[in-house]
Design a protein around this ligand. Structure first.
Ligand code: HEM
Length: 141
């Protein structure tokens, strides 16, 4: 899916995020829920306005999973299989929500990494996150 060079570029950006999974993840969710309120329907248990603690806690889990994906780029399907089962069969998250999350993720990266999140980096991260979403949504049937 990604060339060796593209994988190295994904890992280079991840190095800037690693260790900051909770705040990056919280901002990702805040943007997702605010810009696309329909995504909140899957998080009813967090109430109408998830608080900072909830955002940090779930945000950290989501970003840690992205970290796992970064470390297993050559074997995404196996590495994310339990998470794919969860989203498809238990949570039943509609696949149309994944591009919304990817878009918000890129805004978070661009706003925090600024000059380091170059156009070239956006291209590879879009490819990487789309591949991740494909794996997380391919068990729907
Ligand atoms: C749970 C990752 C996309 C809705 C989770 C968990 C992780 C995760 C790691 C926790 C799993 C566990 O507790 O074992 C991801 C990643 C995504 C993604 C990496 C995309 C790249 C989405 C999308 C939605 C969604 C697009 C819906 C808009 C949920 C819900 C839960 C969950 C409702 C359960 C929350 C809870 O238990 O409180 N996700 N997710 N996810 N995800 Fe995702």
């Amino acid at each position: 899916m990604l060339s060796a060079q593209e994988r190295a570029q994904v890992a280079q950006v991840w190095d800037l995020i690693a260790g900051h999974e909770a705040p990056f993840g919280a901002e990702l969710l805040l943007r997702l829920f605010t810009v696309y309120p329909s995504t909140k329907t899957y998080f009813k248990h967090l109430g109408d306005r998830p608080d900072e603690v909830q955002l940090l806690s779930h945000g950290q889990r989501v970003l840690e999973a992205v970290g796992v994906a970064v470390r297993h780029m050559d074997n995404l399907r196996a590495a994310l299989s339990p998470l794919a089962d969860l989203h498809a069969h238990v949570l039943r998250v509609d696949p149309t929500n994944f591009p919304l999350l990817i878009q918000c993720f890129q805004v978070v990266l661009a706003s925090h990494l600024q000059g380091e999140f170059t156009v070239e980096m956006q291209v590879v991260w879009d490819k990487f996150l789309t591949g991740l979403a494909v794996v997380l949504t391919e068990k729907y049937h």
